[in-house]
Design a protein around this ligand. Structure first.
Ligand code: SIN
Length: 270
């Protein structure tokens, strides 16, 4: 697909506040600069984009990832990759390797690092007969819907994120971050990795994190994708949380994922 100046590329919103399908793009074709710019703009505007029924393999998946940035390879301890097929950058999340049963929680990926992955790119491989949807929650909307006094209270605060069970693997992020491209502000707190708001007492921090865990994933902030074979989904991991709905046991589900290196988070006040 190429986009001429007179053609307005199509964007079909998936909900009122987050997500869009981008029809008319064949990811098996060489990616033009226009298409890549269209995808990046849609990610900035909608947080999540979905391409239906793509006939691609790992090499096109990798080409798409390279077009969006520098690939972040799965860590050594990742249970399964396509290394033996020549694609070590592709991680496999499946019921066979059990990872599919660890992603049914609201979270953003690897926020315990100073520069969490920026984009995550999924390619659906095997679907259960029903279920196995993925949900995403807009953290821009989560910020926008707060009252002004609450926004002012949260903006100077910082929060520690840790890999559960590994207190030496952690970092500190602003509670409210800013997208350097659009200037939009977003909450950057999630239930899996955020452990303590540093400027508050433990009791205050626990209470505030409990409120934010509920607030950040309000139904109004969510889109939900019912996958079809070959679908590709990309999200902006700095501004979106996700949850893989595990409602399909005992059936199998398998998805390939590539992540893109992210920049360090930027405080909303910086
Ligand atoms: C993930 O958490 O990256 C996996 C999402 C999914 O399997 O739908």
């Amino acid at each position: 697909m190429s986009i001429s100046p007179t053609t307005q590329p199509s964007v079909l919103p998936l909900s009122g506040l987050i997500g869009a399908e981008l029809p008319g793009i064949d990811l098996a074709a060489p990616l033009t600069d226009d298409v890549v710019a269209h995808i990046k703009t849609a990610l900035t505007d909608h947080g999540v984009v979905v391409f239906r029924g793509q006939h691609i393999g790992p090499s096109e998946h990798v080409a798409l990832a390279r077009a969006l940035g520098e690939i972040k390879y799965p860590p050594d301890y990742f249970p399964e990759t396509l290394r033996e097929q020549g694609f070590p950058e592709v991680g496999v999340i499946s019921t066979d390797n059990q990872l599919a049963y660890m992603t049914d929680m609201w979270h953003a990926d690897v926020t315990w690092m100073p520069n969490p992955p920026r984009y995550s790119i999924l390619h659906m491989q095997q679907l259960p007969p029903a279920g196995g949807d993925t949900m995403w929650a807009s953290q821009y909307a989560a910020y926008d819907w707060l009252s002004d006094p609450m926004k002012q209270f949260l903006e100077p605060l910082t929060v520690r994120h840790e890999l559960p069970g590994f207190p030496d693997r952690g970092t500190v992020h602003p509670v409210v971050i800013r997208n350097p491209i659009s200037g939009r502000k977003a909450l950057f707190v999630n239930k899996v990795f955020s452990t303590r708001i540093l400027e508050l007492s433990k009791e205050e921090s626990d209470a505030l994190l409990a409120f934010l865990a509920v607030h950040t994933v309000r139904p109004e902030f969510i889109c939900r994708v019912r996958w079809t074979p070959g679908d590709v989904g990309i999200w902006d991991n700095h501004y979106v949380q996700h949850y893989a709905v595990a409602d399909y046991r005992p059936h199998a589900r398998r998805i390939h994922r590539i992540e893109i290196v992210g920049e360090p988070t930027i405080s909303a006040g910086a």
